[in-house]
Design a protein around this ligand. Structure first.
Ligand SMILES: [Ca+2]
Ligand SMILES: [Ca+2]
Ligand SMILES: [Ca+2]
Length: 328
């Protein structure tokens, strides 16, 4: 009886305590991962993970040295084959020496952003408080800082950003300039909870020197580690898929399946992508890379990076190709 009362009291206290402290995106359990791959084989996936959208937005700042300044949002580089749970926001084409202050916040809803600066922006960085040797080009925010009343898995949140940049000797407040954002500078920001696939999960036929990584028919996050000996062959299947590649070779097959889109960060190595009928963003790095496209009526973006890069197949007129030569 006494024990039950203590447990009940502790439960109530926890609820009150939880409310007082405020729950965050990191407070809620994520759904169980998928149990079969896109071929219907049973595979072991340990868990889902929170993963933020990647995008770049223009700023209320004129061109600097002929380039358009942008804010780019990325998930931090994974550590130990898993996401860190934090996002990194960096200013492109702005000299870090010009940046006086950076502020970022993410809230559940663009219509109810707190007005007080300290509540509106969960993270703030000021140039006057920098440790020596550090630069002001970027700021981070983590899922355990984003207030949440329920799970953030597959939700659209609201991102707010401000910077103070010294332009021609004058401290200037800079915000995001984008049609998709609301007047008080809130931008829609999606948070997903893909299956984390961080190891090969299917044997290749004997004598084959590829490691096969099969995805599921839902959203997957593939993280290929740098210590892979063989080339990695990845089948993404359906869903919205993200691949964090390695400095080695990734061969991506998206040709037959299609899905809700994919974003591929393939880094170095001679990487190859057979593109599918979906909206694809491909960031190749160093190395001689190859993409084969099909015209699907959706805007794809293919960035070749360094090296001799080639694109083949059919394209839509609004596809963006950078550092990619068109082959036959
Ligand atoms: Ca998938
Ligand atoms: Ca690679
Ligand atoms: Ca390249």
């Amino acid at each position: 009886m006494k024990l039950a009362l203590v447990v009940a009291l502790a439960g109530t206290l926890c609820l009150v305590w939880g409310d007082a402290l405020g729950n965050t995106c990191a407070s809620f359990d994520l759904p169980d991962p998928e149990v079969v791959d896109g071929e219907g084989r049973i595979i072991e996936i340990e868990r889902r993970v929170l993963w933020g959208e990647s995008y770049c937005k223009e700023l209320t700042l004129d061109q600097l040295n002929g380039k358009t300044p942008k804010l780019c949002v990325r998930n931090e580089n994974p550590k130990d084959k898993a996401p860190t749970g934090c996002l990194r926001l960096s200013l492109r084409h702005v000299d870090p020496a010009m940046i006086k202050e950076l502020r970022v916040g993410i809230h559940p809803d663009c219509s109810s952003i707190p007005t007080e600066v300290k509540d509106k922006f969960q993270r703030r960085r000021n140039a006057t408080k920098l440790t020596p040797g550090k630069k002001m080009g970027a700021i981070r925010i983590c899922f355990d800082e984003i207030p949440a009343a329920s799970t953030c898995c597959e939700t659209e949140q609201c991102l707010v950003f401000e910077a103070i940049v010294e332009v021609a000797g004058v401290d200037t407040k800079v915000t995001i300039k984008d049609d998709a954002c609301s007047s008080d500078e809130g931008c829609p920001y999606s948070i997903g909870c893909p299956n984390l696939i961080n190891e090969a999960n299917k044997d290749c036929v004997p004598g084959c020197a590829l490691d096969i990584w099969n995805g599921t028919n839902s959203n997957d996050l593939f993280i290929v580690s740098e210590d892979e000996v063989n080339d990695a062959y990845l089948g993404l299947f359906k869903g919205y898929d993200v691949v964090i590649g390695s400095e080695g070779t990734e061969i991506i097959n998206n040709e037959y399946y299609g899905g809700d889109g994919s974003t591929l960060f393939l880094k170095g190595g001679n990487d190859e992508v057979q593109m599918g009928p979906e909206e694809e963003k491909i960031y190749f790095g160093k190395g001689d890379d190859f993409a084969e496209s099909i015209a699907d009526g959706l805007q794809d973006r293919i960035y070749g990076g360094e090296g001799v890069n080639q694109a083949k197949g059919t394209f839509d007129i609004d596809d963006i190709l950078k550092n990619m030569a068109l082959g036959q």
